[in-house]
Design a protein around this ligand. Structure first.
Ligand SMILES: Nc1ncnc2c1ncn2[C@@H]1O[C@H](COP(=O)(O)OP(=O)(O)OP(=O)(O)O)[C@@H](O)[C@H]1O
Ligand SMILES: [Mg+2]
Length: 306
C-alpha cells in the first residue's frame, strides 16, 4: 500500500498565549492528489501547514509527510515537503539564481543547475535570474518563493496562498506549472481564498473553520450538495402556475427563484409555464459554485460543532 502524502492525526495546537488554533484536526492526502485546504482568515490553515513543515510543534497529535513522522523523522519528512509560505521572507543579499543555489545547498544538493533553470523558466523568472531579490516586485518575489520550495524536487508541495498579490498572467503560468508537476506525480496541497481557482484545480477539498475541519469531500460532491436553481422574471401581471409553488424558494414582485433537485427538472418547469400560458421576461440558471458551498458552511453554526 502506498503511504499517504500527508497524514494529520488529531492535531491540536494551543499557542503560548493560550489560544487554541487547531482543535483536533484529522485528514489524509493521498499520493498524487491535488488537494485544497480552504477556510476563512484565522481558521488554522497556516498553523497546520507550519506544523506539517516542522516549524511549529503540535500540542498533541501526529503528522506524517510521505510516511515520515514530522517529529521523529524530521530530516526525511523535511526533504519530502516543499512549502511556499504565505509570508514573503528573503535573504536580501542574493540574486534569484544564487538564492535557488543556496537553497539547494541547504538540502545537500550540489549539481542542480538544470533543474534550477527549468524552474526559473517555468515560473517566468528568466529575465530576473540575475536580479537581487531585494529589487523584485511583490509578485516576482512570490514567484521566487515558489521556486525555492521546488529546488529539492519534493514529492509533496504545499502552497499557502501562492497567488495573493499575483497578476493574472503569472497565476495562469503558475497553475500550468503546478498542474504539470501534479501530472508528473507530485502531490499538491493548496490554500487559497480564490475559490474559483480551488474549484477548477483541486480534486478534493477540506474546509476548516475555527480550528476544525467542517467539510471534507471531492470537489464534485461538495458542489452537488448545494441546490441548483433558476431565476425567473415573469412578465407584468403574470403569476407563477400553482404547480410550481412547491419549488418556489423566494419571490419578490415578478422575480422568482425556484429550486431544482437537479437541472433535469428544468424541463418540468418550462412545461408548467407553457401549459399555464405564463409569459416570462427572462430565465437564468443559478449555477452553484464553491463560493456558495463555502459561504453556507461558514454560516452554518452547527458546522463548527460537527
Ligand atoms: N504565534 C501565535 N500566537 C497566538 N495565536 C496565533 C499565533 N499564530 C497564529 N495565531 C492565531 O491562530 C489562529 C489561526 O491562524 P492561522 O494563521 O493558522 O490562520 P489561517 O487559516 O492561515 O488564516 P489566513 O487565511 O488569514 O492566512 C488565528 O486566530 C491566529 O490569530
Ligand atoms: Mg494563513
Amino acid at each position: 500500500m502506498s503511504k499517504p502524502a500527508l497524514s494529520i492525526q488529531n492535531a491540536v495546537k494551543t499557542y503560548a498565549n493560550g489560544f487554541t488554533a487547531l482543535r483536533g484536526v484529522s485528514f489524509q492526502v493521498e499520493e498524487g492528489e491535488f488537494f485544497g485546504l480552504l477556510g476563512p482568515n484565522g481558521a488554522g490553515k497556516t498553523t497546520l501547514i507550519s506544523a506539517s513543515a516542522g516549524l511549529l510543534r503540535l500540542t498533541s497529535g501526529k503528522i506524517t509527510v510521505n510516511g515520515y513522522d514530522v517529529r521523529n523523522q524530521a530530516d526525511q519528512s523535511r526533504k519530502s515537503l516543499g512549502v511556499v509560505p504565505q509570508e514573503l521572507v528573503f535573504d536580501p543579499f542574493f540574486n534569484v539564481r544564487e538564492a535557488l543555489r543556496f537553497q539547494s545547498g541547504y538540502f545537500g544538493i550540489k549539481h542542480n543547475d538544470d533543474w534550477i533553470d527549468e524552474i526559473i523558466s517555468g515560473l517566468g523568472l528568466a529575465d530576473k535570474a540575475n536580479t537581487n531579490t531585494r529589487n523584485l516586485s511583490g509578485g516576482m518575489k512570490r514567484r521566487v518563493m515558489v521556486a525555492q520550495a521546488l529546488v529539492h524536487r519534493p514529492p509533496v508541495i504545499v502552497l499557502d496562498e501562492p497567488t495573493a498579490g499575483v497578476d493574472v498572467e503569472l497565476r495562469q503560468n503558475l497553475w500550468q506549472f503546478i498542474q504539470k508537476l501534479n501530472q508528473q506525480g507530485h502531490t499538491i496541497i493548496l490554500t487559497t481564498h480564490y475559490l474559483e481557482e480551488a474549484q477548477s484545480l483541486c480534486h478534493r477539498i477540506a474546509m476548516m473553520k475555527n480550528g476544525q475541519v467542517v467539510a471534507l469531500d471531492s470537489t464534485t460532491n461538495l458542489l452537488h450538495k448545494e441546490q441548483s436553481g433558476i431565476r425567473l422574471a415573469l412578465s407584468l401581471d403574470q403569476r407563477l402556475p400553482e404547480s410550481l409553488n412547491r419549488c418556489l424558494l423566494e419571490q419578490e414582485g415578478f422575480d422568482c427563484v425556484l429550486k431544482l433537485n437537479d437541472y433535469s427538472e428544468l424541463a418540468f418547469v418550462l412545461q408548467a409555464l407553457q401549459f399555464a400560458k405564463v409569459n416570462i421576461k427572462s430565465l437564468n440558471i443559478l449555477e452553484t459554485d464553491l463560493e456558495d458551498v463555502f459561504l453556507n458552511l461558514m454560516r452554518d453554526e452547527q458546522g463548527a460543532a460537527a
